[in-house]
Design a protein around this ligand. Sequence first.
Ligand code: ADP
Ligand code: MG
Length: 277
Amino acid sequence: MEENIIVCENVSYKYNDNAKLAVDHVNFQVKKGEFLVVLGRNGSGKSTIAKHINAILVPTGGKVYVENLDTSDEKNTWNIRNKAGMVFQNPDNQIVATIVEEDVAFGPENLGVPPKEIRARVDECLKRVNMYEYRRHAPHLLSGGQKQRVAIAGVLAMRPDCIIFDESTAMLDPSGRREVMSTIKEINSKYNMTVILITHYMEEAVEADRIIVVDEGKIKMEGSPRNIFSQVSKMKKIGLDVPQMTELAYELRNSGVDIKPDILTIDEMVSELCRLK
Ligand code: ADP
Ligand code: MG
């Protein structure tokens, strides 16, 4: 169970000879079934790292292994792309067909999966994202959250071992964001899919098994959500927020209230305030 699905060893990447390193000697592993969140300001290198995991980019220094396959070896590219799926920010750029189920079928069709098997996968994956009843609908009439769930079904239909979400909730309204987050959590917990989630929403990051904080192409922090978010001043220095309740606990402590520093949720805040009273 504790097997690493992704291994990044001293990974560096430069977009061109004159540019600075967009990724600067990065080391990390992702375990099978893990829910890893990547945080960092705009331009810190998150997407560049993400693109290394499905071999859209190959490192200019160091090595990336996906299930022990070296991404720098072209013979592995096809396999790696099938193992590591990617869901992007804008759902409109990911939907290619005019009917939901055809869209979900597109990936497996390209993989040469037999039609009967495609049919089964499309139904199964639409059910997994709770979009089965929309299978004959036109994607452009769906809400942002629904479109993004169709995009997730399309990736699931290719049977990857890992899915990378690159700010996939960023363009959604709060309810769409909640829908997509609960879908992401469910495919991780119920179907044991390895998830790498890049996000700006700290409330989403709280759900992670582990968080990596990237700044200027380097990994600056790594730990559990509770561990990362309790380091409020360090996060602020990097230019990142912490969850609202963690921030509130931080402010209360600064004004002399003896409250736990590592509160993450409203429930925890409530019980801590009750204890103080
Ligand atoms: P993030 O996803 O955290 O916002 P990126 O990985 O997109 O960060 O960018 C990291 C750095 O690489 C930034 O300095 C950005 O300007 C640069 N960069 C990103 N994409 C390209 C590109 N296609 N060509 C040149 N530089 C790029
Ligand atoms: Mg990005």
